[in-house]
Design a protein around this ligand. Structure first.
Ligand code: CAA
Length: 387
């Protein structure tokens, strides 16, 4: 067993840390307040090769491993989880699935723009009445011969308004249940595609979340991903990888709050000594450090399993459920360590606390992760990569 990171992984971690601390931190409070999209941050992430980190270099990506991706996600999330979710969705919910399962023609057509950040991707699965119960899709794609006619509404879509390319999950044959679901690549400027308002959210406020509507959109046959009826398994495979990204995001949010709380505990004195000389505060820091370390092991291991081509569905679900709980607990305690200062925006921890909550909800709620874990525990690790 070797816990060390490679030279390349350490360099990526350092580059992501410098980018987050130098470029993202200065404007992060303002962007959170006015819900403004991190345009410059996304531009810089594109220049750093973070928008298509795991995509093969032949399609314009950075050709890195999943561990490097989790390291970059973690460092960026310590400062700005709005930015990291934009990156995460583009990498693991859009690029990864297209690279693994789309036709060669579609890979060549779509991946270079997505991997370089020239176009942003969005993953359209959730609907007003189908969140956790993802097989109950109401969006339909009617087979019209040489194209599909797409109709329906998708909700809570990250990158909804900014995306140039959508991966859309839709029902093509209701009779067949999940085997009648397909995934399609849809371009944002096609006739019949529109978006709703930017959602006013509790956290990750500067990220772009909206509904996306499809009204009689003609999707060419060749834009279906994989064989007919493969869409649900495609979505599940994609989400297994996405959950590693969100677990890394949760780990980063927790780490960011811990770093701030530790630094503040040295500066702030009470009863004649720094507050970290009081056991009440010191033990909080000890618990944070211990739980973050445990989450880190789970997140890195799930990424390692994916890189090794081993089953990682259960490991990803475990990493997400645990890291998101650690993020929630650590950020609440970091506010507590800061006392009254923690409750105001200037000290960053209240934003991290608000941002942490979404990691227990998106890309499968904690309840869904427990469902996935329990099925694996009872039946064995079920989901090998599908080739
Ligand atoms: N990999 C491959 N195949 C899988 C799979 C996986 N991880 N999980 C399930 N499958 C297959 C099953 O083998 C089964 O196939 P067969 O019938 O051929 O055996 C099929 O898919 C159906 O599986 P289930 O019977 O387990 O389906 P279910 O209805 O019980 O639900 C679920 C499964 C795990 C609850 C699933 O619906 C789920 O993950 N729901 C949560 C959806 C989710 O995460 N949404 C997040 C939205 S995306 C988002 O948040 C994006 C964003 O912008 C940030």
């Amino acid at each position: 067993m070797d816990f060390s990171l490679s030279e390349e992984q350490l360099m990526i971690q350092q580059a992501a840390r410098e980018f987050a601390q130098n470029d993202l931190k200065p404007g992060v409070i303002q962007r959170d307040t006015d819900m403004s999209y991190p345009t410059e941050g996304v531009q810089k992430m594109s220049e750093l090769g973070f928008m298509g980190m795991m995509v093969d270099t032949k399609y314009g990506g950075s050709g890195m491993d999943t561990i490097s991706y989790t390291l970059a996600m973690e460092e960026i999330s310590k400062v700005d989880a709005s930015c990291s979710v934009i990156m995460s969705v583009n990498n693991s919910l859009v690029c990864a699935g297209i690279e693994k399962y789309a036709s060669e023609e579609n890979k060549q057509k779509y991946l270079p723009d997505l991997a370089t950040g020239a176009k942003i991707g969005a993953f359209c699965l959730s609907e007003p009445e189908a969140g956790s119960d993802a097989t109950s899709q109401r969006t339909t794609a009617e087979d019209k011969g040489d194209y599909y006619l797409l109709n329906g509404t998708k909700n809570w879509i990250t990158n909804g308004k900014k995306a140039g390319i959508y991966v859309v999950i839709a029902q093509t044959d209701i009779e067949k249940g999940h085997k009648g679901i397909n995934a399609f690549i849809v371009e944002a400027d096609w006739e019949g595609v529109s978006t709703g308002i930017k959602e006013d959210k509790l956290g990750i406020r500067s990220s772009d979340t909206s509904s996306v509507m499809f009204a009689d959109v003609k999707v060419p046959k060749e834009n279906r991903i994989g064989p007919d009826g493969f869409g649900f398994k495609y979505a599940m495979w994609t989400l297994d990888g996405g959950r590693i990204g969100i677990a890394a995001q949760a780990l980063g949010i927790a780490g960011g709050a811990y770093e701030l709380a530790t630094a503040y505990s040295h500066e702030r004195a009470a009863f004649g000594k720094p507050i970290n000389r009081h056991q009440a505060v010191a033990f909080k820091l000890a618990d944070m450090a211990t739980e973050i370390e445990a989450a880190k092991m789970m997140v890195y291991r799930s990424a390692w399993l994916k890189d090794q081509g081993k089953p990682y569905s259960q490991a990803a679900a475990m990493a997400k459920v645990y890291a998101s709980e650690v993020a929630m607990k650590t950020t609440v305690e970091a506010v507590q360590v800061h006392g009254g200062y923690g409750y105001v925006k200037e000290y960053h921890v209240e934003r991290l606390m608000r941002d942490a909550k979404i990691t227990q909800i998106y890309e499968g709620t904690s309840e869904i992760q427990r469902l996935v874990i329990s099925r694996n525990v009872i039946n064995g690790d079920l989901y090998l990569p599908i080739d």
